[in-house]
Design a protein around this ligand. Sequence first.
Ligand code: AMP
Length: 189
Amino acid sequence: MGRRLLFLGPPGAGKGTQAAMLAKAIGVPHISTGAMLRDNVAQGTDLGKQAQAIMAAGDLVPDELVVAMVKDRLSQEDAACGYLLDGFPRNVVQAQALDDAIGAGALELALLLEADEEELVQRLLKRAQDEGREDDNEVTIRNRQQVYRDETEPLVGYYPDSGVSVVAVDGLGTISAVFARLVTALADN
Ligand code: AMP
């Protein structure tokens, strides 16, 4: 049987990289709303046009747009035997919409990648500089962290209240060290 997992963690903690590796290792699709939205922007779809400026500012794309996109994705065949959600839900409204769509308690586990906020900001600033990403300036980077703290972090309390355990994993260290911790956390939970 596949597993229905969810990944939580602040921007810049390496969530996308780890989620992709972990999904591959356990044989479920990696469903990243950030990646899906970026595809829509790149392809110039209506959704992409609506999302572009919001994403550039580091704010959240409206719930109804993201929820519709995720529901559509979850209805595809490959998601029938499990998935790893990355970047969704991003707030309690989205979490409730997910519960409504798949049934409360259908999620097995939430993995929380933990990292120090200031360290993440410094890491993201350096990356923006190295890669010449002018859209990733300090204001946007700090806004993303704030949005995470205000909107997404409350899910760390929401899930245990609705019967889904949240397992915290230290996000500090090399990609392979963090990955090993995640694999252990999954095996133990
Ligand atoms: P990410 O790659 O997960 O950091 O997402 C990049 C950007 O896409 C975010 O800063 C948001 O603007 C947008 N985004 C991704 N997932 C969601 C979501 N579940 N709800 C709203 N906006 C999202």
